[in-house]
Design a protein around this ligand. Structure first.
Ligand code: NAI
Length: 337
């Protein structure tokens, strides 16, 4: 029976890389019934809403979505796309795997970053403080860390490690300075880690030292779990270590749905030119296949994709080649066998 999945092609290069991804999945025999919906500027054009109710209703029905990059309209009155999705589906775990495909400075990077997606400094509770006559003399941003939120994200990281034959979870924090909020995250992390003792190794790192360790010896890290702001920064740093955002997929896992996406943006400079690299969205679709227990197919697609990259003959321009999106997609499909 085919599996319904909401497809949001997105803006800019989105439609082109989404079509490439759909073609590759079809060629691999994935039995998916795409429910095509719009968001971003395409949502504004059609419904005057960047995250239309029809799109949210579709995800409520399918509980699975593959999402291309979206342009967020600037100005009052428009809903923030990410906030709407995060709130509606309680997307608490942001999962960003990164591994070396074409060895560069580093040969054996294989890291999965698990970032808490709903708490911390990004909850959006901010205000100005008036001092004397100056209404904006200071500004205050509140970071909320809860025991429940910390426990579920650390547990997610350990369960991910167990399920994917990973050996180690590194918890990243700043509890030496932020003794309450980061201290709570660390305490809860240690408590959860004890349950996995003997099965998954556990270590703790302070965020600033971690940023340095990552650029010096990224090979020693496996699964990393951290709070929202630190995860946001580290995930892009890690993408940079393995060749940039063009190859970076991400998953947003929630209690009622899971949304898979390319991490890069709409690339307006190359939109409509048939030269975008569809890699990140293809790899995001593979994460989706893993999620629906179709891991063998995901592995087959990853092999076809990675061997095309390693051969180095048919590459898009961001990877130093001259191939179009269509030519690269055809090369991957030819390798699916
Ligand atoms: P961007 O990621 O769109 O582009 C940065 C550079 O990387 C550009 O030179 C672009 O050509 C290149 N690039 C990105 N993806 C590529 C691909 N698949 N193949 C080849 N080259 C690629 O970032 P930028 O310019 O900061 O943002 C553009 C728009 O995208 C903005 O409206 C922004 O809000 C939106 N955006 C959306 C995201 C999402 O929906 N997940 C994430 C980041 C940005």
């Amino acid at each position: 029976m085919s599996i319904p999945v909401t497809l949001i092609a997105g803006d800019g290069i989105g439609p082109s890389i989404a079509e490439a991804t759909v073609r590759i999945l079809a060629a691999a025999g994935a039995d998916i019934e795409w429910d095509r919906q719009v968001a971003g500027m395409a949502g504004v054009a059609r419904w005057n809403d960047p995250i239309p109710d029809a799109t949210l209703d579709s995800i409520k029905r399918t509980r699975l979505a593959l999402k291309g990059p979206l342009e967020t309209p600037v100005g009052d009155g428009f809903r923030s796309i990410n906030v709407a999705l995060r709130k509606t589906f309680d997307l608490y775990a942001n999962v960003r795997p990164a591994h070396t495909i074409i060895p560069g400075r580093f040969k054996d990077i294989d890291i999965v970053l698990v970032r808490e997606n709903t708490e911390g400094l990004y909850i959006g509770v901010e205000h100005y403080v008036k001092i004397g006559d100056d209404p904006k003399a200071a500004a205050e941003s509140v970071a909320i860390i809860t025991r429940v939120g910390s426990e579920r994200i650390v547990r997610y990281a350990f369960e991910y490690a167990m399920k994917n034959n990973r050996k180690k979870v590194t918890l990243v924090h700043k509890a030496n300075i932020l003794k309450f909020s980061q201290g709570l995250f660390l305490d809860v992390g240690r408590m959860v880690a004890r349950e996995y003792e003997g099965r998954i190794q556990f270590e703790e790192r302070i965020i600033d030292a971690m940023a340095m360790h990552l650029v010096m010896r990224p090979e020693v890290f496996d699964v990393i779990v951290t709070t929202n702001l630190f995860g946001d920064i580290l995930s892009d740093e890690i993408s940079g270590l393995v060749g940039g955002l063009g190859l970076a997929p991400g998953a947003n896992i929630g209690t009622t749905a899971a949304i898979f996406e390319a991490v890069h943006g709409t690339a307006p400079d190359i939109a409509g030119k048939n030269i975008a690299n569809p890699g990140a969205l293809v790899l995001a679709a593979c994460m989706m296949l893993d999620h629906i227990n179709d891991g063998d197919r995901a592995t087959r697609i990853r092999h076809a994709f990675e061997s095309t990259l390693r051969e180095g003959v048919v590459l898009t321009r961001d990877l130093g080649g001259t191939a179009s999106t269509d030519e690269f997609t055809n090369a991957v499909i030819a390798r699916l066998g």
